[in-house]
Design a protein. Sequence first.
Length: 283
Amino acid sequence: MKKYIQITLTFNPPNIEIVSELLWQLELNGITEIDNGLIIYCDIENIDISKKIIEIMDKAEKEKIIETYLLNEEILEDKNWNAEYEKNVKVSEIGERIVIKPSFKEYITNDPKKIIITIDPKMSFGTGEHETTKLVLTLLEKYVRKNYKILDVGSGTGILAIASVMLGADHAIAIDNDEWCLLNGGENVKLNNLELKVDIRLGEINDVAEDNFEIVTANINKHILTDISDQLVFKMKNTGVLILSGILDSDENDILQTYTKHPVILIDRLQMNEWIALVFKHS
């Protein structure tokens, strides 16, 4: 019987987006988010996976992405792998209307206002469980209107683009530079029957020819948000808004200093634990 390796990786601060990006370079079967870290699954043949993860985490410590981490490795029988994976993926209720669920779990409601979104995360970031995703989804509930065009940069599972359309937007473009996100995002678009409304693309923000988006979202990390600040602002319509997430509250001033150099002003802010989301519009 085939076996799998399950690695529970906890770290502080829980900078899950950046750590997930660092781990994507490894040969993994899946990653799920937990409150203070990640659970990682891979084939038993990948015998030195813990060593590779330790190398990545040690480097992350040196670069001050994290301060400390703990790693625990277990061996799972094949019959238990899917059960363990599915057990750790939850149904999430976010804001007043949004429900995020995996395809293998049901959610029954009599509330006609509820929007039920099916997301199978696999190795892509964005299940709705992490605070950074919840923050953007909550803000999308507030700002999305009918006929809006949405751009999501660093789209992961495609969750934000999918949610935008289900909230009433006319069309959404989701772009990510990871090939796995192209595949996984496309699968999630099909799960929600939105092939004509959500466009999943592989590339960088500079590869998006369109502009004048009513809403631009970017749930990434401080460093990338800083590097692409001018492109994000440029893609926004004059009357549009820019929603940024993936930001620790300790980095808020740095982000504000970067973005207020552009012709935008801060109009909204949400916080969950140590994570914040900021909303800008043209000044």
